[in-house]
Design a protein around this ligand. Structure first.
Ligand SMILES: *Cc1c(COP(=O)(O)O)cnc(C)c1O
Length: 809
């Protein structure tokens, strides 16, 4: 760790006067809500959505005594014990510190980038290497200009290697990520098809991404992506693919019909066959790159087979669950190493619901004396109320900790002692390696929900919002679409978080939805899509702003406002540039100007149009035409009425694919909820639909399942009944195997027809028990495509009888 004076020097400053140059810094902080050890934190006053300089007082109050700032006119008398380091650009300073710290790490650093799959490949590769090596991985989706810097800060000599993920949203960003990460070895996961994020061509996108590897010795990638010609001099390619020139050659990929895939590979004249528990293309590609990496690191083919069997889908990690007796359970019982323990502890402390915190921790494999000391130090620094240790390898911790410590030799011992332990109104982190099966402990603590619930992860919503925000130049406003019950995610909770995060506008589909938001304290401006005459009174009463789309509705509104003697009522003008749904036609502009100039009842605030195919490359010419037509209409109206109008046309895909069409505001819909139809962003899914197994039956071949005897069993089968049916919004077309759910991380198909309140799953090939939890849409995009619809429909159709449960850390 560094003293303030050292950091001062690393940042190239000479002149600032430091009050306490010897002050030791352990943590970097930028968000005062997350500060835990104020006295040893260095606060960076970043200019993000909120200006960090406004939070210096907060940070000081939380004990922070060291600050990196850019604003000159701070009143230092308020912070007599504060050490201030002035820089031109605070983010740059943070990156510089990260880069310096990275340079001290002399073991291999693996850098990962690509359009998709970065996080999955990073996590899987860590899982695969763990055990043989101490691997440091950058925390989940810490891949941005800020995230990477924070991730690198935790790198230390205790690790044998580091895996760091890099993501960019605009040209020019990779150079600074490269300077920080300095990857020795590179992994390029893939290149998306959409021209996302301000890149004009695919080549430009590839060139930009490859910037990360200009100083690397080797780069691992699929030869399917023709990036060889773009490699910098001195970078060796190491590829997998179908060609004999590939280092790792794919001989065959076969779907073996039982929800697994068999991959036959040849490497260095040896041939091996792997079976992996995934069928989707993305997972297969991600696993192939992981196998390629293991081969590159010198693992023999035979050893890799065994390792792959242990891979788990990512959503199995760090799950937040509702516990019995009002507890919250953070279940991370699938891996255990210092890095992931640190992340999980951070997550535990972000859960503000409970002030009492318990950690249940198993043995950690491969700890030498130094790492043991480190683990002890880490645990000592946490304000935990109770630590429950499992496994003889944790015995040494017993005496060193100053909290209540309980020790159990085995998981079974803990399980049988649990009856006598109390767990009440507290947050419990369960962290253990797979061998300890701490998920059994989790099962005892988690409140079994026998109903189908839609879990809404508000942290994910916030993450997605920031991600899109990061793509917008400053000054572009953001309108969040909360119509249709926030795409199924619930209205007030979502709107409240959006309001807290200072979006500029909300949009609902019906006046009633707007009223509900107003009644629960939402003060943001709210636009109501296409209201009719019956709700004018409601609009006025609740300050809701109508979208006006025709002369009939405009004249009706003007007449109504006149009767009520209301002037300058805010409205939004909808132009039809090609959707041909609602809106004024471009050739009606003149008449519209006329109407608006002759009344003072309404005050146009904004003008909008909707793109019909912003996400579809085949219609890019039409999109360009729509944007041009809209600009034309907007300019004409602004000129004639003299009102400056907020112009907006881009929806979610418009934001990712049409940066030239941001104008004054964008309208963010489905992307906010974590569905990335462009496959280019690392969004987090906000809603997770879960149900449980109610009953399991073992049936002989020849029996049938469900109505009309349509589910014919061709083999002796185990059939699980789950309590979700078409009345909950699980479409009937998901019957007969078209739908797949996940039980204990394994995919299983539906069997027979979907009933009104229930349906049946074939769990013959997996381990499943009654009362096990079931993920209804393990892959929402895949599910939608299986039944020929779009994810929007699946989300909004989740019936209102399905209870929404909110998480926010
Ligand atoms: C629903 C809607 C959007 C949001 O679309 P997404 O594709 O979900 O981003 C934007 N504008 C209008 C007018 C809409 O009705």
């Amino acid at each position: 760790m560094y003293s303030v004076a050292q950091i001062h020097a690393i940042l190239g400053r000479q002149t600032d006067a430091l009050v306490d140059p010897t002050l030791e810094i352990f943590d970097l902080a930028y968000d005062t809500r997350k500060i835990r050890h104020g006295e040893h934190s260095l606060f960076f006053a970043l200019k993000g959505i909120r200006d960090g300089h406004a939070f210096i007082g907060d940070a000081y109050q939380k004990g922070v005594r060291a600050f990196v700032v850019s604003q000159r006119d701070l009143d230092l008398s308020l912070y007599p014990a504060g050490n201030f380091i002035w820089v031109k650009d605070v983010l740059l300073a943070l990156q510089r510190l990260a880069s310096y710290h990275r340079a001290q790490f002399k073991k291999p650093v693996i850098g990962i980038t690509g359009s998709n799959g970065k996080t999955v490949v990073k996590e899987w590769l860590t899982q695969l290497l763990q055990g043989d090596k101490q691997v440091y991985q950058s925390p989940k989706s810490y891949n941005s200009q800020l995230g990477v810097a924070l991730a690198l800060w935790n790198l230390s000599d205790d690790y044998d290697c580091a895996i760091i993920e890099a993501g960019i949203s605009q040209p020019g960003e990779m150079a600074s990520l490269e300077a920080m990460i300095q990857p020795d070895i590179g992994i390029f996961t893939n290149i998306g098809t959409a021209h996302a994020q301000g890149f004009s061509t695919k080549q430009e996108k590839i060139r930009e991404k490859l910037q990360l590897f200009i100083h690397s010795s080797d780069l691992l990638f699929s030869s399917r992506y023709d990036i060889g010609p773009f490699l910098s001099k001195g970078v060796r390619g190491f590829t997998f693919g179908y060609m004999s020139l590939d280092d790792v050659q794919i001989l065959q990929i076969a779907d073996d019909g039982s929800l697994a895939t068999t991959i036959k590979l040849s490497y260095a004249r040896e041939v091996a066959t792997f079976s992996i528990p995934f069928r989707d293309k993305a997972s297969i590609e991600n696993i192939l790159i992981c196998i390629t990496a293991l081969l590159f690191f010198g693992y023999p083919l035979a050893k890799i087979t065994g390792k792959l069997a242990k891979l788990r889908p990512l959503d199995m990690r760090l799950q937040l669950k509702k516990g019995k007796n009002g507890c919250s359970i953070i279940d991370d019982s699938y891996s255990n190493d210092l890095g992931s323990l640190q992340i999980a502890l951070d997550f535990l402390f972000q859960q503000q619901q409970h002030s009492k915190r318990t950690l249940i921790l198993s043995d950690m494999a491969g700890l030498d004396n130094k790492l043991r000391q480190k683990l002890l130090d880490l645990l000592r620094r946490q304000e935990l109320d109770r630590i429950i240790l499992v496994g003889s390898g944790t015995y040494f911790l017993q005496d060193g900790l100053h909290t209540e410590v309980l020790f159990f030799k085995t998981t079974d011992e803990l399980l049988s002692a649990m009856r006598n332990l109390t767990f009440e109104q507290e947050s419990i982190l369960i962290k253990g390696s797979r061998a300890f099966h701490l998920e059994e402990v989790s099962k005892v603590l988690v409140a079994k929900s026998h109903e189908t619930v839609l879990e809404i992860n508000l942290n994910a919503l916030e993450h997605n919002l920031q991600l899109y925000r990061g793509m917008l130049p400053s000054g572009v406003k953001l309108m969040a679409m909360v119509k249709a019950f926030s795409y199924g995610s619930g209205s007030y909770e979502v709107a409240n978080l959006l309001q807290f995060n200072k979006v500029d506008y909300l949009t609902v589909a019906f006046a009633d939805e707007g009223v509900e938001l107003r009644q629960s304290g939402i003060t943001l401006p709210i636009m109501v899509l296409s209201p009719d005459e019956q709700v004018f009174e409601t609009l006025v009463a609740h300050e809701l702003e109508p979208e006006i789309y025709s002369f009939r509705i405009l004249n009706a509104l003007i007449a109504f406002l006149r009767r009520r003697h209301i002037k300058h009522f805010p409205i939004h003008l909808k132009i039809d540039t090609g959707m041909h749904r609602l809106g004024f036609m471009p050739d009606e502009m003149e008449k519209l100007m006329e109407a608006l100039c002759h009344t003072d009842t309404v005050r146009p605030i904004s003008i909008l149009s909707h793109l019909v195919a912003s996400g579809n490359v085949d219609h890019d010419d039409f999109t360009r035409h729509q944007i041009a037509a809209f600009r034309h209409c907007a300019a004409a109206l602004e000129d004639a009425t003299g009102f400056p109008l907020i112009k907006h046309i881009a929806n979610t895909s418009g934001i990712t694919r049409w940066p030239g069409a941001y104008m004054d505001m964008v309208r963010l819909g489905i992307g906010l909820y974590g569905v990335d139809t462009s496959h280019t962003l690392d969004l987090e899914l906000v809603g997770t639909l879960k149900t449980t197994i109610t009953q399991i039956k073992t049936l002989p071949a020849g029996e049938t399942v469900g109505y009309d005897r349509k589910g014919i069993l061709t083999r002796p089968s185990r059939i699980a009944t789950v309590k979700i049916g078409y009345a909950d919004g699980y479409n009937r077309r998901f019957g007969h195997g078209a739908g797949q759910m996940a039980v204990n991380g394994q995919l299983v198909p539906t069997v027979g027809a979907i009933c009104m309140d229930m349906c049946m799953l074939d769990v013959t090939d997996i381990v499943a028990h009654e009362e096990d939890e079931v993920l209804v849409f393990p892959d929402l995009l895949q599910a939608a495509s299986n039944i020929g619809t779009i994810p929007y429909e699946l989300l909004v159709n989740i019936s209102s009888r399905v209870k929404r449960v909110y998480f926010y850390g």
